[in-house]
Design a binder for this molecule. Structure first.
Ligand code: ADP
Ligand code: MG
Length: 290
């Protein structure tokens, strides 16, 4: 796939209203940020794909993120838990460039300083973000939704005339199976269950071949069975991709957890295996024991 396709597709899914090509958009109001060459390779030779150090963000004096540090390894599936208002979504906003921290360091791999880039540029760098609500195109088929994830570099009209290369067709078929919608390829997305729509949206992200996936409360509103199948899906993705998963559903967390990070008041309260953080009295006090 060309970087151009990857760039615009990821951007479109994060911000459907954004129509402009990302790398050359001017008019950013941040000081010192102009047109930058978007780096292609993420350097993980130092064993990390994402690195946050002592990040701070205030909203009107309220410290939403207050000294947050985080280290994600390539292929890792990291779970993030914590009470409402802990700063979990804001953390994702910072990684994706939607919110600019007051201070701190945010790196993709060991060489890409994400704070130097705008949101639209970051969307081209192999970071896929899944928001809580599914935003699939309901009037298009499952297949067409996945196709559009590749074709989004063009206007919607020409996208519908977009022809997949054999390699892209193969990838699409693979993704259909991964997201367990193989038998629904021709169904309109609007006819899918809530859980299936969530999988389709994850599939649309996967079409971009992201290195890092950020997933905010992915099983909210799912049935128990859908939740179990989502756990299987995420387990099948880890290794190939790095995943950062924010979720409240502890059964789901238990099913997928390696390392769990507990966020509270904008910083890491505890980190380790699920057993380790569950036994931490501070975690019980602020979150688990509610
Ligand atoms: P979580 O996802 O862990 O529930 P959030 O990151 O959404 O928490 O929010 C953390 C805190 O920051 C909350 O108190 C929230 O109200 C506040 N907050 C988040 N975004 C903004 C914003 N754009 N403006 C003002 N306050 C915000
Ligand atoms: Mg949130």
């Amino acid at each position: 796939m060309t970087p151009g396709l990857m760039q615009d597709g990821a951007q479109r899914m994060a911000h459907a209203h954004h129509r402009r090509s990302s790398a050359t958009v001017s008019g950013d109001r941040r000081p010192g940020i102009g047109r930058l060459h978007v780096p292609g390779e993420i350097d993980v030779t130092h064993g990390r794909i994402l690195y946050l150090e002592d990040v701070h963000v205030s909203f009107d004096g309220f410290k939403a993120i207050n000294g947050l540090s985080l280290d994600i390894a390539p292929g890792e599936l990291r779970c993030i838990i914590g009470p409402n208002g802990a700063g979990k979504t804001t953390m994702m906003d910072i990684i994706t460039g939607k919110t600019r921290p007051d201070r701190g360091r945010v790196f993709l791999g060991s060489t890409i300083d994400l704070l130097r880039y705008r949101e639209a540029d970051i969307a081209t760098m192999g970071i896929g973000r899944k928001f809580q609500k599914p935003t699939v195109f309901e009037h298009l088929s499952v297949f067409e939704n996945l196709e559009l994830a590749l074709a989004a570099n063009k206007s919607v009209r020409s996208s519908l005339l977009f022809r997949l290369t054999p390699l892209q067709r193969e990838r699409l078929a693979e993704v259909l199976i991964t997201i367990q919608l193989g038998t629904h390829a021709k169904d309109l997305a609007g006819t899918l269950s809530h859980g299936q729509k969530q999988w389709l949206e994850i599939g649309m992200l996967l079409m971009q071949e992201p290195r890092l996936l950020l997933l905010d409360e992915p099983v909210a509103g799912m049935t128990d069975e859908e939740t179990e199948r989502t756990a299987e899906l995420f387990l099948s993705l880890k290794g190939k991709h790095s995943l950062v998963v924010v979720e409240h559903d502890m059964n789901f967390i238990r099913a997928i957890a390696d390392t769990v990070t507990v966020l509270c008041d904008g910083a890491v309260l505890a980190e380790g295996t699920l057993d380790h953080v569950q036994a931490d009295q501070r975690v019980i006090d602020v979150y688990l024991g509610r």
